[in-house]
Design a protein around this ligand. Sequence first.
Ligand SMILES: [Zn+2]
Ligand SMILES: [Zn+2]
Length: 335
Amino acid sequence: MRAAVLHAVGDAALDLRDDVATVTPAPGEVRVRIKATGVCHSDLSAMTGVLPVGLPSVIGHEGAGEVIEAGSQVTSVRPGDHVVVSWTPACGNCSACLRGQPHLCLTYVIEGFKKPRFTLGDGTPAFGMAGCGTWAEELVIPWQGAIKIDPDVPFEYAALLGCGGVGLAVIQGAKIAGATKILAVDPLAAKHAQARRFGATHAATLEGVEQAKADLTGGKGFDYAFEVVGKSAAIRTAWQLARRGGDVIVVGAGAADDTVQFSAFELLFEGKTLHSSLYGGSDMRRDISMFVELWRAGRLDIEGLISRRIKFDELNEAVTSLASGEVIRQIVTFG
Ligand SMILES: [Zn+2]
Ligand SMILES: [Zn+2]
């Protein structure tokens, strides 16, 4: 089958092969035929080494498809079921899962680095990025990572529910939650119209944020400030925009060596709270159906996130245009 393989961190292009196979599913695993998969900035981050991957690695982590084989212990899905692929399957048994924080489960994250689930034509074992590897026609994942979804949800939309465009998702989430003022901050003024289309009431460049804060909040700052870039400078900007006692939420996936500084004074006296939003803090098996209901109700715009539909052969060009920042989501569909 076809799959997009990264051989070494820093490679400019992926090896688009047609001789890749999956392993046979273990008793607790399923084989999924991928129907649609998104091209996310985290895929580029895996290629450049910002996010760790086992090597060689099939890239891609947001996808949806159809279960075609289920191991003997799997009861949650069966062949024919449509599923969203989760890149943090929750084991259900570890201390994080038992505490009600399945997004912090490390069981399968660690396994994804130890257990290759693909083989290349010459027999070389290959890992799947983030335990997935959705830029392949099929993959094998733990059943906890295959989240059943109603068959009327288009695969392209289902794929994006597995990850999908955090900046515009935050804007949509703020709107759904009832925020009255939503300020989108993007250095590219050309992107402001797009942010407004998804629910931002105002938009600013970096140079304009202080003025926007003054205009919209009387200089006090915003109740919630979300960082969706994964850069220390953006985290500082979010901190600066939050009001005293406000919440600063880090959504962007940053690098291990990108250090953000806070003074001891501000951490106490500004009364702000810094949160991590790993996988949105969600319970994917519980929340995917809520996202689907929001989409059905016309309150969650998924179609608008898709800038371009492409074919597998165009993946390297898709990664290049990702780096240039000109697209929201590109979706690869497999026939
Ligand atoms: Zn767990
Ligand atoms: Zn992603």
